[in-house]
Write a protein that binds this ligand. Structure first.
Ligand code: PRT
Ligand code: ZN
Length: 293
């Protein structure tokens, strides 16, 4: 049994950059060549296979790759297509967020899922759509398109669409209104159910631990500032998710202290302006690379 771990990643597209950046932040060292299908990680026995995202579920289901990074939308459509294939979701990655929605033309008098009865719906996700419609007790023919789904109603090819949306701009440009959410999607690290060696198992554990540490750090900020002793309590109350700040004397100014805190939430401009108005100065906001607890 090979002891290297093989992971499938999207070669080009919305998942590709974030997947590569995440693995790099986890300490994996590799160099992606434009033309290469397979890249060896230099400092771990891990190989990265760069493919179209649609191929990732089957590569993992069939054991040709041990794991991969894939959007829930593609993963669940594939698992409906191959119901006897098994996989494990190791963890969600909090990127490539989108929703699979049903959208109808602006002028349609939409009153709920029953309005879709008998309507032709264009989609690249026929199985997820069919499952959704079945749950809603709606019978509607689907038109399977692999791209440009949003233009189908304008072309007279369909009455509605079921497609991914993130900002909503594409729907708006095509005069479509999202009316139902079929699925909330984000990227996940998955692994196959086939047997792997203890070494490969340890590599998956290491990856999961490091990804969690990176995610944990990404949400937090390190904040340092000078504050008048008299306003310290009030200032700290303004900072989101701050527990036990480190307070140090400020040499040369007995009325002021230096404060170091880790905020568990994003820090907004408005909060900074508020603490500044309360007397905080020399305010530094620093990203945190890793947190191990
Ligand atoms: O070549 P390959 O097959 O690998 O890539 P692809 O073209 O199939 O996929 P890609 O790179 O576009 O998307 C990869 C994954 O990113 C998807 O499977 C989703 O999990 C996730 N994702 C996140 C999205 C979007 N956001 C998204 N907005 N995938 C597609 N879109 C498209 C959507 O289909 C629509 O055409 O963007 C348009 C809508 O965007 P807004 O911002 O106008 O709403
Ligand atoms: Zn694709």
């Amino acid at each position: 049994m090979p002891s290297r771990l093989r992971l499938a990643l999207q070669k080009k597209g919305r998942l590709a950059q974030d997947s590569i950046a995440l693995l790099e932040r986890c300490g994996l060292q590799f160099h992606v060549k434009e033309s290469a299908l397979l890249t060896h990680v230099n400092n771990f026995p891990i190989d990265l296979l760069f493919v179209r995202d649609d191929d990732i579920p089957t590569l993992v289901f069939d054991g040709l790759c041990d794991g991969g990074i894939i959007g829930t939308n593609v993963l669940l459509e594939a698992s409906l297509r191959f119901p006897d294939k098994k996989y494990q979701s190791i963890l969600t990655l909090d990127n490539a967020h989108c929703r699979l929605v049903i959208a109808v033309p602006e002028g349609m008098n939409y009153k709920g899922p029953s309005s879709l009865e008998g309507k032709r719906i264009a989609t690249s996700y026929p199985l997820l759509l069919t499952e959704y419609l079945k749950k809603q007790h709606v019978s509607a023919p689907t038109l399977i398109l692999s791209g440009s789904v949003e233009v189908a109603p304008r072309m007279g090819m369909a009455d509605a669409i079921c497609d991914l949306v993130s900002s909503g701009q594409t729907l708006e440009e095509n005069k479509l209104i999202p009316v139902e959410t079929v699925l909330e999607s984000q990227a996940s690290l998955i692994r196959g159910e086939h047997a792997i060696t203890p070494e490969q198992h340890d590599l998956f554990d290491m990856l999961a631990r490091r990804i969690s540490a990176v995610q944990h750090a990404a949400k937090r900020k390190y904040i340092a500032f000078h504050a008048p002793k008299s306003a310290l309590k009030e200032i700290c109350e303004q900072l989101p998710g701050v527990e036990s700040p480190t307070v140090l004397p400020l040499p040369g100014d007995p009325d002021k202290v230096v404060v170091h805190v880790v905020s568990t939430e994003g820090v907004f401009w408005k909060t900074l302006e508020t603490i500044q108005s309360l007397g905080a100065s020399s305010i530094l906001i620093l990203p945190i690379e890793k947190i191990l607890e």
